[in-house]
Design a protein around this ligand. Structure first.
Ligand SMILES: NC(=O)c1ccc[n+]([C@@H]2O[C@H](COP(=O)([O-])OP(=O)(O)OC[C@H]3O[C@@H](n4cnc5c(N)ncnc54)[C@H](O)[C@@H]3O)[C@@H](O)[C@H]2O)c1
Length: 346
């Protein structure tokens, strides 16, 4: 495929915005349409500075099949990178309904539209972005999850992502669609919504506030820089196109970088040089998984993909980004970005 026309769902979110910026670096992408509903985690500024004529923003929901059909037909879309989601575990514990609606039913809409388009002589490729959380939790000495590990989600967010993964695989088998699933560990980097651990801690430190850590803080996650994840996602799209990966395959991405939450916060404190903010242990998250770790050997072998960004460098440049972009962060904490969205889109 020479000139690829892409639909990115959730392109105003954290990872989606990096996908869009990265795709624009390649001449082979002729059109990049970003479909985003601008929910609380979608910030218009995340793609607001793009002037490239190949880029187009469409405000709307993946749950709107009519809109999806219109975009795919009018823009002649070849590939969908599907990142739109409700993505925060804590929110799924408070209320699962939006997670079922977006993560499961929204994915169902995309799948049904792909089948309808394919019946109409299209051949849409789907890269479905999922998470290591679908595999459940590991004990300290367990081997990292690989693509054959059992699906065993343990929180409502992970359950809805697992359900959407199952839907994708069922559509590959039943309707012969060209879809692959990527499952990645915890991402960090610029533009992550400040409810997630790293930006939350950075913002608290910027305000000299205490740093709330769930339970004993010894929960382990495998951290990967968002740009490494995005390189992997794009490599999967190209590999599917070239037949290097087949429909129905799953590919894991991780950073080979397991850290406890406490280690992370200590490191940020050290890089920040902050002496005012103190760690404050708070009541643990309900059902909090102890450890995630990912084996990315398949991606390394098949795609020749490796996580390139070193943890300390990545963390330092993330910290710098939040310090240099206080307006972005302030517009979120003050709610100003919602006012802008409501004025322009609601
Ligand atoms: N952040 C991580 O560490 C991580 C790790 C592995 C996988 N993932 C997966 O990657 C994807 C993106 O995660 P993220 O961290 O960028 O999330 P995010 O919350 O930052 O962004 C989600 C985006 O989706 C949009 N959105 C939500 N509902 C929508 C709808 N109905 N229609 C259109 N747009 C909608 C939001 O406005 C937002 O821009 C998710 O599928 C998530 O499960 C995330």
């Amino acid at each position: 495929m020479n000139k690829i026309k892409v639909l990115v769902t959730g392109g105003c979110g954290f990872i989606g915005s990096h996908v869009i910026h990265k795709l624009l670096d390649y001449d082979s992408y002729k059109k990049i349409v970003n479909l985003d509903l601008l929910t609380y985690s979608g910030h218009p500024e995340n793609c607001g500075d793009i002037t490239d004529k190949r880029y187009k923003f469409v405000y709307g929901s993946i749950n709107n099949k009519g809109l999806l059909t219109k975009i795919i037909e009018e823009e002649d879309i070849d590939v969908i990178f599907h990142l739109a989601a409700e993505s925060h575990v804590d929110r799924s514990i408070d209320s699962i309904e939006p997670f079922i609606s977006t993560n499961i039913d929204g994915t169902r809409c995309i799948l049904e539209v792909i089948v309808e388009m394919n019946n109409n002589h299209k051949n849409i490729k789907l890269i479905h972005i999922s998470t290591d959380e679908v595999y459940g939790s590991l004990n300290k000495d367990d081997k990292p999850f690989n693509e054959n590990s059992q699906i065993s989600p343990r929180n409502p967010y992970a359950a809805t992502k697992a359900a959407s993964d199952h839907l994708v695989l069922s559509f590959v088998n039943t309707f012969n669609i060209d879809a692959v699933i990527t499952r990645c560990s915890n991402n960090y980097g610029p533009r992550q919504f400040p409810e997630k651990l790293i930006p939350l801690m950075i913002m608290k430190m910027m305000n000299d506030e205490n740093l709330p850590i769930y339970g004993d803080g010894k929960q382990i996650r495998d951290w990967i820089h968002v740009e490494d994840h995005v390189d992997g996602i794009i490599a999967v799209g190209e590999a599917l196109d070239k037949g290097i990966v087949s429909p129905g395959e799953v590919i894991n991405f991780g950073g080979d970088n397991e850290k406890t939450n406490l280690e992370i916060v200590d490191k940020i404190l050290q890089l920040f040089g902050n002496t005012e903010s103190k760690i404050e242990h708070i009541k643990d998250r309900l059902g909090h998984d102890r450890r995630y770790a990912i084996d990315s050997n398949k991606a390394k072998n098949i795609l020749r993909w490796y996580p390139k960004i070193k943890w300390e460098d990545g963390l330092r440049n993330t910290l710098k980004w939040y310090i240099d972009n206080t307006d972005w962060a302030k517009s979120i904490t003050s709610g100003e970005y919602r006012n802008w969205i409501n004025k322009h889109y609601n």
